[in-house]
Write a protein that binds this ligand. Sequence first.
Ligand code: XMP
Length: 526
Amino acid sequence: MEAVVPSAAQVSPSPEDAPERVAVLDFGAQYAQLIARGVRECHVYCEILPAGTSPAELAARGVAAVILSGGPASVYAPDAPRLHPALLASGLPILGICYGQQVLAQALGGEVAPGSPEFGPAELEVAHAEGVLAGFPPHTSVWMSHGDRVLSPPSGFRVLARTDHAPVAAMGDPRRRIYGVQFHPEVAHTPLGTQVLRNFLHGVCGLQGLWTVEAFVERAVPAIAREVGEARAIVALSGGVDSAVAAALVARAVGERLTAIFVDHGLNREGEAEDVTAAFTAAFPGFPLMRVDASARFLRRLAGVRDPERKRRVIGEEFVTVFEEEAGRIGPVDFLVQGTIYPDVVESGGGATATIKTHHNVGGLPERMRLRLLEPLRALFKDEVRAVGATLGLPDALLWRQPFPGPGLAVRLIGEVTGERVALLRRADAIVRQELQPLGLGREIWQGFAVLPGIRSVGVMGDGRTYGEVVAVRAITSRDGMTADWARIPHEVLARLSARLVNEVPGVSRVVYDVTSKPPATIEWE
Ligand code: XMP
């Protein structure tokens, strides 16, 4: 993975701001972000850096301890990622996880056996409840996912635990403060996983846990005020959590020198434009917020467009055009505020774990309008963003909204986007959300919505034959939207949904429930 180089003005903690910091060195792990999040949950600031980062770079960043992530390689592969040769002599405390433990064992003279894969739960037999295993019971369940395994530890290390398959499931050298675990403490399937991180951070490294969102807000507000100075900033509010919290934070710092623009493309959910603008105005009375109703021009541009990627492109381009026109009315502007968050930064950084996405609707604008980017949430995870929003007084209804695609209802409506079909889908979607709300929509249910698959189907209502639209209901559980499972919602809820959709939405003749996970399907239908 490339080092994450900030491209623009940003407010992420400097070593002085976050005096305790830990680096996760990424060996290509699926789970590097989970490790970093786990460390943040222990109130220690944490960032993800490339596997071979040098001790000098770590020192420059003020890193006090290092966690080596897992990774898909075998330490015997010729191109396997390696530690920086000087890391082990740097005196930094180190915790190696999975591949991280193997790379430690290999570098320090232990024995690693190739080709002995193990996936899934295993019972950990704890021989010495000390170091990263302090406070562990003699037996506990852990999650394994590895190809090689450590057969014997390097000299100076004690074997702390084993499993049937892994003779060195945890090892430690308290003198050098170097530990390794074969299992994954960062996943939910390892019930005592957080305790491993806590033991390492607080017990082994002696870190106190000074990272809190309140402290972040206290530092960020004056830092943003300094950065913006007397200049003006704009932000595109979308109704999403990230842009709302970024706007709130910058508004707190620069007041009326920030203008928010809500471009209503007419493809929003029922009540969305009103809810978002009302929540904002309530939290920041007098805050300059322009709401632009551009629905007619979006519909015109979408006429005849059926291909999902073209829909996205058309909507993205029109969004930028409208936003630019509106921004032009404000007068000279220097900064564009964006709600980029840490997973966006990591995912756009390239390298072994990358999943590149286009995250923002205002792509292209900064260059065209010569705006500097202000991305005050670049260092934060989603749960931290929500906590910052709550600290700033944004209501739960805004902070716990389910994710909604930028192109809105247009990509939940297969085929052509017409005013009538958007209206029908919007009504159906409102009913689905109402019925799913009591089941924890936005929390337990990550997303729940209606789709128009563009199929017509025969029905019978009263004494007449009908030939109306099919509505598909999609409700999923997920941790991050990357994978998802269909939600097991109660039959009574499905029954109510079906009755309400057919009875209350004219033009709907049939309701189906989508029972596909991701993969193989995606969450959205287009
Ligand atoms: P998929 O459908 O790829 O969706 O499983 C994963 C997550 O991304 C959201 N999504 C989008 N968000 N613009 C967005 O801003 C888009 O074009 C878009 N497509 C999907 C989707 O709602 C889910 O949360």
